[in-house]
Design a binder for this molecule. Sequence first.
Ligand code: ADP
Ligand code: ZN
Length: 607
Amino acid sequence: MLKEALKKFWGYDGFRPLQEEAMRTVLERRDSVVILPTGGGKSLCYQVPSICLPGLAVVVSPLISLMKDQVDALRACGVPAAYINSSQSPEERRAVSRSIEQGQLKLLYIAPERLVQPKTLEYLVRSHVSLFAIDEAHCISEWGHDFRPEYRELSLLKRQFPQLGVHAFTATATPRVREDIAVQLGLADPVRLVGSFDRPNLIYRVERRDRLVEQIRKVLDQHKQETGIIYCLTRRDGDTLHLTLSGLGYRTLPYHAGLSDEERHRNQDAFVGDRVDTIIATVAFGMGIDKSNVRYVVHAGMPKSLENYQQESGRAGRDGLEADCLLLYSAGDVATWKQRWGRDETPPPDGALESLDAMSAYCVGAVCRHKALTRYFGQELAGDSCGACDLCLGQVDTVPDSLIIAQKILSSVVRQQERYGGDYTALVLRGSQDQRIMQNGHERLSTYGLLAQESQRTVRDWIEQLAGQGYLRKVGEYNVLEVTPLGRQVLRGQATPRLLKPADIDEKRTKTGFSKASSSAKASVAAESWEGVDRPLFDALRQLRRKLADDMGVPAYIVFSDASLRDMARQRPQTLDEFRKIRGVGDRKTEDFGEQFIELIAESTGN
Ligand code: ADP
Ligand code: ZN
């Protein structure tokens, strides 16, 4: 039944990981907490069963813009859905009520603050509700990164509707947040489904920021006429970059809190409607945008935590096709964040400094990016090489004598009796005259000055890299370094760590690195998705999609995803039956769009 609905309305042949389990839980009316990465297909987990169950599914969603997109997308697939929010006129809202009363709707999107109003609740008690789905459920937890007090009231759902299943969905949740969601909602023995946090179709790359504009242009040039986002740390950086890039002929628009509401909306709409290629934004951008064909996300500066990075970079490649995520950082970014906290005269929020540390360790780290990110969220990825990050693709230069350097560092830690942190250890290795070193008599250690020719920054980064790969452990409040059993193997020459070449002395790499880099990354992740695709036809199909979307006043991806267009440009369907078999084409879209696309495909085949 689930499978039939998936095919009929969405045109998909199979489930993504955990989708089927999540849907069955909904059918069984058991409560659930479902954690799936962005693009993992959370919405379908409640949308598909809502079609199979009698009655109306109520979806709690925090953002008005998101509601409209979701409802437009559902309607385009032939699913009767609506939303109720403050952007509507009273008449529009009454029309929605009427269609609920007539039992015509399958899904209703609503904001939490409206849902918990006594009037709404009374109304829902009288209507035939099938289930409650809570989108962005981490908003209920104070431990999450986006706490919204109005979510707290949702605990009354279980009290008022004890017989109905309440289902919480989110992409970002540490184990603590996950448990908190279940507790705050008062879920009864919920089924917990936690997907992999890995996004295998994202190609992660980290570079030191030394020629910002050039580094960014390389990404833009590889994604001509494709859309993406560039995140900047400050408005000023964003404005400067926008002026520079648009001056060079790139189609960019800014988005930040300094613009008027109207201008922000206009720029966001242009992005969603594919009328601009690149949005240059501060962190405010992206929440509530469901655009599935974002092909790159560049960070012009280091975000303040890996949660933020995961979420922002995660806006790329929701359609499951490959996308580039480039993070440009400099050592100064850490200081920028600390200054910001200092300037507002508020101490950094709880745990903020630890988050910042983890973020900068990721930047200088030598662990596969996919592994490092999933590990941060408590999951270990199997396999040696992800084939989709700068490190695994061999695009980052390592120092040839990694083993010897690592042995010098580890043996210094041992000789310092494992009682000091990373900064101090680096000072000893560099032969510093620091007073503390003299007081401790550490200038007499045999490791003193062994790395005197390297910069403090470089040695410090190497220490982080050794910790990241499990050769050193940081202990206690002061992050005292200890050598792990794995580290002892290095001392005996039985294991070789990977240490990165410092970027500042490596001119060659930064000049040529990215283009070389990207083409080979593309080869591994993208080959499959572009296999057999007729590029000119794909571009023609894209134009038709844009025209149809503009006529309907919806974003292009609501007509068809990039994945569907690629499949069309691969299969070249000639009849409606063949068209119906294209990925992401259900009954309704075949009826609404089939003939126009088939005609275009026939034309292009004819010449
Ligand atoms: P999330 O909310 O988890 O970020 P979405 O529900 O927006 O993800 O789904 C992301 C994209 O993947 C959408 O374009 C959706 O249609 C598509 N999708 C979801 N499930 C499947 C599936 N089983 N097969 C193919 N595509 C899917
Ligand atoms: Zn990797």
